[in-house]
Design a protein around this ligand. Structure first.
Ligand SMILES: Nc1ncnc2c1ncn2[C@@H]1O[C@H](COP(=O)(O)OP(=O)(O)OP(=O)(O)O)[C@@H](O)[C@H]1O
Ligand SMILES: O=C(O)[C@H](O)COP(=O)(O)O
Length: 402
């Protein structure tokens, strides 16, 4: 395991830059879930008890998506969790931000604007390059130390994750530490019976490598969501295209079609694909078989037959991992797949781990009981990457000699 400094090593009463991940599902501009806020608030409470002055750095969404919004409401949600004011400044490393940072006193909490609005935060590049960005060069001189609590973004080599630890005294926050240890422990568990993994959601770059890297551990990968459709397209079915204004398929297909086709050929008995899908017809849920599919529309959930096939496998499994939702569960008409799968897992005694910032939200939305799962990670891509045993850039950046 990687050795890093934790809050136990941090001297009290310092000026701290703390990277958290409160990236949340957002609908019509409004944050829908506060699970990540609650976890990071515990880290912040601990830091406040040690009399630090705290500036928080975080992101929301990705440029170009409608979840890419300002963090002003995030400050209010954090304030509720901390039961004290959290000041927000609509700037990350410009004059306005520096002036607010300058005024920070011990016991204060300040949230800076969405760091992905700042030039240099994206794209993923080497830590040395990220340390040279204006963001890192400007903010690093304003603080005594950097605390990295954003485990859910630890798989991204972004400036706010890997740049600061190169030039500042760096510590892992409690969320970073706990998620890292728990996910590493899960990876190291061995099972005698079948292991099933449900892979869905929207992010091909996080999900597809998992099929290759966990093929010796997982007996069946049951696919749904955008990922399922991309695999169905590779399997020769006429779907998995951007229609109705979506921008989820074509660029991902361009980037990953070869990997998907290879994975399908190599693991044809391990990868399990939907045999029916659901779509919207005159405002209602309708279903169609995948075989011979011709209708160019947005498919928004796996169909009833697929749900039955997947839940049968879950019932026979000794362990089930979930990454990503198999449908647009935020719309009740298309929640059958996600809720059906999670309920089936909750009904078994198997070891079960659910990951994903959006996916975990479905547990709360549909009144499922978090205690019915062995573990619910607040991270998505980072959790599933950790399961494969691959390193996380944000953890590597914190590494120090033990
Ligand atoms: N067929 C589909 N079409 C469009 N969106 C879909 C479809 N199936 C699932 N989704 C969406 O996928 C989202 C969850 O996937 P996402 O890739 O964000 O994964 P996550 O693991 O939950 O989160 P993260 O990786 O961000 O922590 C849900 O919000 C759901 O609406
Ligand atoms: O929700 C997540 O998975 C993290 O906040 C990372 O977000 P990203 O996938 O947009 O980099």
């Amino acid at each position: 395991m990687t050795s890093f400094q934790t809050l136990d090593d941090l001297e009290p009463g310092q000026r701290l830059l703390v990277r958290i991940d409160v990236n949340a599902p957002v609908e019509d501009g409004v944050v829908q879930d506060d699970r990540r806020f609650a976890r990071h608030a515990e880290t912040v409470q601990e830091l406040l008890a040690d009399d630090h002055a705290i500036a928080l750095l975080a992101h929301q969404g990705r440029p170009g998506r409608d979840t890419f919004v300002s963090l002003d409401q995030h400050a209010a949600i954090l304030s509720d969790h901390l039961d004290r004011p959290v000041e927000f400044v609509a700037d990350t490393c410009g004059e306005e931000a520096l002036s607010a940072i300058d005024g920070l006193e011990r016991g204060d909490v300040l949230l800076l604007e969405n760091v992905r609005m700042c030039e240099g935060e994206l794209p993923e590049e080497a830590p040395e390059t990220k340390a040279e960005t204006e963001l890192v060069r400007t903010l690093s001189t304003e603080f005594d130390a950097y605390v990295s609590d954003a485990y859910a973004t630890a798989h991204r080599s972004h400036a706010s994750i890997v740049g600061f630890p190169l030039v500042m005294d760096a510590y892992a926050g409690r969320v970073m530490e706990q998620e890292y240890r728990a996910n590493t422990a899960i990876r190291e568990r061995a099972f005698d019976g079948p292991v099933t993994m449900i892979l869905g959601g929207t992010k091909a770059e996080d999900t597809i490598p998992v099929v290759e890297q966990l093929a010796d551990v997982v007996d069946h990968f049951c696919l749904g969501g955008i990922i399922g459709e991309l695999f169905l397209r590779a399997d020769g079915h006429d779907l998995g295209y951007d229609v109705d204004g979506t921008e989820l398929f074509d660029h991902q297909w361009e980037a990953h079609s070869e990997t998907i086709t290879d994975a399908l050929e190599t693991h044809d008995t391990t990868v399990v694909l939907p045999t029916d899908l659901a779509y919207k017809d005159d405002g209602d849920r309708a279903e169609t078989a995948v075989e011979g599919i011709e209708k160019q529309t947005s498919y928004l959930d796996i169909g009833s037959e697929t749900i039955d096939r997947y839940t049968d496998r879950i019932a026979d499994s000794e362990a089930v991992y979930v990454k990503g939702a198999v449908g647009v569960f935020e719309d009740e008409r298309f929640a059958n797949g996600t809720v059906g799968i999670l309920s089936a897992i909750a009904d078994t005694d198997c070891v079960s781990v659910v990951g994903g910032g959006d996916t975990a939200h479905s547990i709360e939305l549909y009144d499922l009981d978090e205690d019915d799962f062995t573990r619910v990670s607040i991270a998505g891509g980072a959790y599933v990457r950790a399961l494969t045993g691959a390193s996380l850039a944000g953890i590597d950046a914190l590494e120090c000699d033990s």
